[in-house]
Design a protein around this ligand. Structure first.
Ligand SMILES: COc1cc(COC(=O)c2cn[nH]c2)cc(-c2cccnc2)c1
Length: 247
């Protein structure tokens, strides 16, 4: 997967050399390039923002540098396979909620382009023009406001990279993780069996894999019901097998 990130703070992405993302890059599973938006400015002050039309506080990111950056990083012509046309992701409070389902969808893309907004945002015409030739998605991490899209890109990139084949050593760990089956994960334990007077649930040490699977599912259902009833309501009925409903 090719990933291009455009930001006025490219140094924000230094951590991407670390850990699993660093390894994915070494393995060639991920080709990551970070670009400074100011590379596409031409005035002596390398200006990327200006005052908002209609007044109001703060500044807005100018369209010209973004237009030039996207022209450079996303070719106009549709590649013969039609697949390498990048997906442009713009983290924003006004975006669609980022979910594990979206992470899985993005993990199938061959080229992701991230635009990191700063100030009060990016001139709307940048997204409108980009949408004439790219698939543009504004994506929100949550209902709060950050200084910029950079930290959101780090989150999205981590969620997507760990889904790329070959990145996680034990692929099994993807199967029953939280949100994988629409439920929260059951509590996890490791040695020692007794710690500060707290014991590991006996079932997990029983070796009875059927009982263990049942216990984990019951715990996952109970946790989801108490902490995230919205997720339970969203579950397709077939996920809750008949015994669950009886439980
Ligand atoms: C692209 O336009 C942006 C981007 C961002 C950074 O992303 C987030 O904040 C975010 C991403 N998921 N959840 C929050 C912030 C604004 C903004 C809006 C109003 C006042 N101040 C700043 C506009």
């Amino acid at each position: 997967m090719r990933v291009d990130i455009v930001s006025i703070f490219p140094e924000y992405f230094a951590p991407l050399d670390l850990s699993l993302i660093g390894r994915a890059r070494e393995q060639g599973l991920l080709r990551l390039a970070v670009h400074d938006l100011r590379s596409w400015t031409h005035d002596v002050h390398r200006t990327v923002d200006d005052t908002p039309y209609g007044g109001g506080p703060g500044m807005v990111m100018r369209p010209e540098p973004w237009g030039a950056a996207l022209d450079a990083l996303a070719p106009d012509e549709l590649a013969p396979d039609g697949l390498t046309l990048p997906r442009l992701l713009v983290p924003s409070p006004a975006g669609a909620p980022f979910t594990q389902a979206m992470a899985h969808e993005l993990a199938t893309e061959s080229h992701l382009l991230f635009a990191c907004g700063r100030y009060e945002g990016i001139d709307q015409r940048v997204l409108d023009h980009a949408a004439t030739r790219l698939r543009v998605t504004e994506v929100s991490l949550g209902d709060y406001v950050l200084f910029g899209g950079e930290v959101a890109v780090l989150v999205i990139l981590e969620a997507v990279t760990r889904l790329l084949p070959g990145v996680l050593g034990n692929a099994g760990s993807l199967d029953d993780e939280s949100h994988a089956h629409g439920l929260l994960e059951a509590p996890m334990y490791t040695k020692p069996a007794s710690w500060r007077g707290h014991e590991v649930p006996e079932v997990l040490r029983s070796g009875d894999h059927g009982r263990i699977a049942r216990w984990r599912r019951d715990e996952a259902l109970a946790r989801t019901a108490t902490r995230r009833p919205d997720m339970l309501a969203a579950l397709p009925p077939e996920i809750l097998d008949k015994r669950d409903v009886a439980a």
